[in-house]
Design a protein around this ligand. Structure first.
Ligand SMILES: [Zn+2]
Length: 174
């Protein structure tokens, strides 16, 4: 479900008033899958809305990088993919419908989505925290000096969410 503010905002890029201010952005597949030629997809890529395996040996999970928004209860969400180890992928799969899985210890993941607002984010290390059944995992950027980590720990203003929207709405990609 898309999170957004219906009040919209006045855009500094095009000068128009946009009807909604998005508070979430997501990508449907890991970048590595998008790089596979279309005629090889069927043979090499297995993908669901939450999981992806490429060539039977590279494993990816979809999850969320939540960023608190000052003054709002809901967080801003980057919906992205991370590569994880085979062991953690299998463990996640085994626990897919297990009550209490949110008490699992966090494990490592490496971003496999481009967030160009933050430069090159491919392989940016995150900590993966399993959520209750039905919720995608949460990712926390490990390097506390990274601009995304700083926004994740300090939170962002609504104005910053507008600035992100201005850049993304008027760019070809995330
Ligand atoms: Zn605009």
């Amino acid at each position: 479900m898309a999170i957004e503010l219906k009040t919209g905002f006045s855009c500094n890029v095009c000068g128009e008033h946009h009807d909604v201010l998005p508070l979430s952005y997501s990508v449907k597949a890991p970048l590595a899958a998008a790089a596979v030629p279309v005629d090889e997809l069927e043979q090499r890529v297995v993908i669901t809305p939450d999981q992806c395996v490429i060539d039977g040996r590279d494993f990816y999970l979809r999850g969320r990088i939540p960023v608190p928004v000052l003054g709002l209860e809901e967080s801003f969400i980057w919906g992205v993919w991370v590569e994880v180890s085979p062991k953690d992928f299998i463990r996640t799969n085994d626990l897919w419908n297990a009550a209490g899985r949110e008490t699992e210890p966090p494990f490592r993941g490496w971003l496999n989505s481009e967030l160009v607002l933050f430069g090159d984010t491919i392989n940016l290390e995150v900590s993966v925290q399993t959520q209750i059944v039905g919720r995608r995992p949460h990712f926390t950027v490990v390097d506390q000096d990274h601009p995304l980590a700083i926004e994740q720990s300090n939170g962002i203003t609504i104005r910053r969410a507008e600035e992100i929207a201005e850049q993304i709405l008027h760019a070809a990609t995330l």
